[in-house]
Design a protein around this ligand. Structure first.
Ligand SMILES: [Zn+2]
Length: 315
């Protein structure tokens, strides 16, 4: 079984020329490609495999991270049209606290203004220590950005805003940048995220809804209390508001070094059925039996038609 991970799936938006997204046209092509080359695992078989009632089936499982509006607007109609289903992971702080996650503020600002202007604003803000503008690599950061072709400036912006600052510092810097660029966080929130109504409608139409923690921090950077709260509160929120057929969790940022046995233990104690990480390989029977809280997922860009949209190419 192969699980694929998707984020933004949409049409080109000229107001966000730099956004990295999968074009809906390519998503449609990729669904056809996956159907003819691998086939899809049915929702029933997937549930049975997770419960250990059948061995690991062959085929594709689709997963979508971050509770993006795109998933209701573009993905859901396409899945329903093809009689498919998917697993959608929501960072519940978006709904519980009406927060715009710093990771999406960063995507938005980079897409609209570019890394150079953002770096200039960050330097002028005096909110960030000078050391962070240096290009030294921490192990998990260099792993995360290894596969992405990004400029030096973009690397530094992402490093500062996704990894180097504490949660409150990130949020403060994001708010500072939004107002420095004259942007309204409420507007961005409404345009970016699914509402609870939309999530419930997706659940009713056969999609499985899971937790992607509360605030989308890398788990490795949280203390024990924060780690268990991020999991427990978000899982409880999903279960009480959506009531999916299986309880599932997906690690923010997801690569295997971003979480540990501490998180696995919390997930087991909450009787979560399965959890996804990010790792380029198939899900095996042995994963379902022994390692159900770090199931591997491929990025969709590892398969045909899954590449980031390029407005400058003619296709
Ligand atoms: Zn995510």
């Amino acid at each position: 079984m192969k699980a694929l991970m998707y984020h933004y799936v949409r049409e080109f938006d000229p107001t966000l020329p730099g956004l990295k997204f999968l074009h809906i046209k390519d998503f449609k092509k990729q669904l056809n490609y996956l159907a003819s080359n691998y086939g899809f695992v049915s929702r029933n078989d997937f549930i049975k495999a997770i419960k250990g009632e059948i061995t690991c089936p062959k085929g594709i499982v689709l997963t979508f991270d971050d509770g993006l509006k795109d998933h209701f607007k573009f993905v859901l109609p396409e899945l329903l049209r093809n009689d498919l289903w998917g697993i959608f992971y929501i960072s519940t702080g978006v709904l519980q606290n009406q927060r715009t996650l710093s990771v999406h503020v960063v995507h938005f600002l980079l897409a609209k203004y570019g890394a150079e202007k953002i770096l200039k604003e960050i330097k002028e803000s005096d909110l960030v220590h000078n050391d962070l503008f240096q290009d030294e690599h921490y192990i998990h950061e260099s792993k995360i950005y290894l596969k992405q072709e990004i400029s030096h400036e973009e690397y530094i912006v992402k490093k500062i805003l996704n990894y180097s600052l504490k949660r409150q510092e990130k949020e403060d810097l994001c708010s500072y940048l939004m107002s420095a660029f004259g942007e309204d966080e409420r507007v961005l929130h409404n345009e970016t995220y699914l509402t609870l109504d939309e999530i419930q409608e997706m659940n009713k139409s056969g999609m499985i809804i899971g937790s992607h923690a509360i605030s989308h921090q890398p788990m490795v950077e949280l203390n024990d209390l924060e780690s268990s709260r991020e999991i427990e509160d978000s899982v409880t929120f999903i279960e009480s508001n959506v009531n999916p057929p299986l309880s599932t969790f997906c690690y923010p940022h997801g690569l295997k070094h971003t979480f540990s046995l501490r998180e696995t233990k919390t997930l087991q104690s909450l009787k979560v059925d399965f959890s996804f990480a990010v790792e380029s390989r198939d899900i095996l029977d042995s994963d379902l039996k022994n390692d159900i809280h770090s199931l591997p997922r491929y990025d969709c860009n590892e398969f045909n038609y899954g590449k980031v949209y390029n407005a400058n190419s003619t296709s």
